[in-house]
Design a protein around this ligand. Structure first.
Ligand code: ADP
Length: 171
């Protein structure tokens, strides 16, 4: 049994959820893509939390595949969970790291008691992971890890039509 997995096409920063996952980079200091959008709309409290986490625990950067939580600032959510996706490689299989992002994000969400969690398509932007493959890994991992006792909904929020179609096919 798995918690309901749903799909929405749109902007993840406009979602209401207990936790919103950010495709961050290891510095935790913000970037482009979904990361930039989350910090812009969520306001400066998110970055302040990120800086604190960095100073206290992740001075060398958050390792790929791991996840940490901060406030969600002004977003319509209680938490942002920052995870670092792997950069796509044509020569090395990094699927386990991409799966780990999803598993670790859900583990952190469960610790926080977050029952609805929204994910973007991690690693499919600047990190260039092919959409179909990323969607397959994301959906399979969430289906395996989303305990229905702990989660009411895991939602993938896809910005573009192509990403939506890839996740729809994977689902
Ligand atoms: P990564 O570095 O992990 O590839 P990106 O932010 O570059 O992260 O892209 C990840 C995915 O998030 C891409 O599919 C991109 O189109 C999508 N994306 C960018 N902005 C948003 C947003 N506001 N809401 C949802 N998805 C977004």
């Amino acid at each position: 049994m798995t918690a309901p997995v749903t799909l929405v096409q749109g902007d993840i920063t406009a979602q209401r959820a207990d936790a919103i996952v950010n495709a961050a980079n290891s510095s935790l200091l913000g970037g482009g893509g979904v990361d930039g959008a989350i910090h812009r709309r969520g306001g400066p409290d998110i970055l302040a939390d990120c800086r604190r986490l960095r100073a206290q625990h992740h001075g060398k950067g958050l390792p790929t595949g791991r996840a940490v939580a901060t406030t969600a600032g002004r977003l319509d959510a209680h938490h942002v969970i920052h995870t670092v996706g792997p950069v796509w490689s044509a020569t090395e299989d990094r699927s386990e790291l991409l799966a780990s992002c999803h598993r670790e994000s859900l583990r952190v969400a469960a610790e926080l008691g977050a029952r609805t969690v929204a994910f973007p398509a991690i690693s499919t932007g600047v990190y260039r992971w092919p959409l179909e493959d990323a969607a397959r890994i994301a959906v399979a991992t969430v289906r395996e890890a989303a305990d229905p006792e702990r989660f009411d909904e895991v939602r993938f929020v896809l910005l573009g039509q192509d990403a939506y179609a890839a996740f729809e096919a994977a689902l």
